[in-house]
Design a protein around this ligand. Sequence first.
Ligand code: NAD
Length: 353
Amino acid sequence: MTRAFVFPGISSRVVFGAGTISTAGAEVARLGHSRALVLSTPHQEGEARKLSESLGPLSAGVFAGAAMHTPVEVTETATAHFRASGATCVVSLGGGSTTGLGKAIAVRTGADQVVIPTTYAGSEMTDILGETSGGEKTTRRDPAIRPETVIYDVALTTTLPVGLTVTSALNAIAHGMEALYAPDRNPVVVAMVKDALPAFRDSLPEIVKSPTDLVARGEALYAAWCCSTALAYVSMALHHKLAHVLGGSFNTPHAETHAILLPHTTDFNEEAVPGLLAPIAQVFGGGSAGKGLWDFAKALGAPMRLADLGLTEADMDRAAAIAMKNRYDNPRPFTEADIRALLQSAWEGRRPS
Ligand code: NAD
């Protein structure tokens, strides 16, 4: 068959290196702004205050209340703060939770966003925003959500705890895995994912041994950017759907949930598209993509069982039923019984057979 694809371009400006946080002021000014509000979680408030000081008169202060799953109440308080501060731009310093808050402010106010990611979750390159209200998470895609500028500073990732480093990286690999079979994939994102897989394979064991190894951290952050870009320009399928169901309806932690599901969702879809997932099998070994990822996660000390997140088998019944509610494209068709069996494997943490 003749090759056919649409390449949508890559819209965000990316500055990558070690020590690049020093360019934040210049990047804010480059977008034409003279006042920016710095965002962070309470945990990273110290770094946010340092950044705010370094911005001098460009800084409109700090809002350090970002929380997981972007609760609308937090966004409303932060948006009021943003308006009162006279800022026209946000600088989001942190993981996906902080990036999510910046996106939520941006869609409400038209603010530009400079994002300085400190995990591998990958929200910074995407046009996706998930928000939680009344215990329900709703997700939308809109080009207006996509950050204008992303500053990757390898030095900031050396403090990421090893546990979160591993699960966040597996979260990134999950973006790459689904991009490999996405019907709207293009050669640029596929090439980026193929570059990311060996970079993660080689750097993560080094980081587990030596979390401040800047070279290994640099490779992992580069791989995270590749996978984040892949997530940004293709549609997602069963893996992201199940992670969304568990996170949204059972409040499981984001990165761990992705990490535990990944070998099982990969294994399930591998039966339908073994050729498209072959790059994963080639990089991680184990005889198949699903087994290779399971072995890799286990060797890194990742959590392996949904049961360890406090979920019960009855929760798995309910999750399978919820996952069947909205239909979406997936390379392998499935029934509720298929999903239930997949969730059972992930609940027990079994190696895919
Ligand atoms: P997170 O942002 O919640 O961070 C977890 C904790 O680690 C926080 O306390 C944070 O302050 C801390 N932390 C982050 N980086 C650190 C560092 N370098 N050193 C020390 N501590 C650090 O976790 P996450 O996994 O990055 O993000 C999860 C959230 O992102 C979820 O709400 C998820 O839905 C969202 N997300 C959205 C997209 C998207 O495209 N919209 C993509 C991925 C994730």
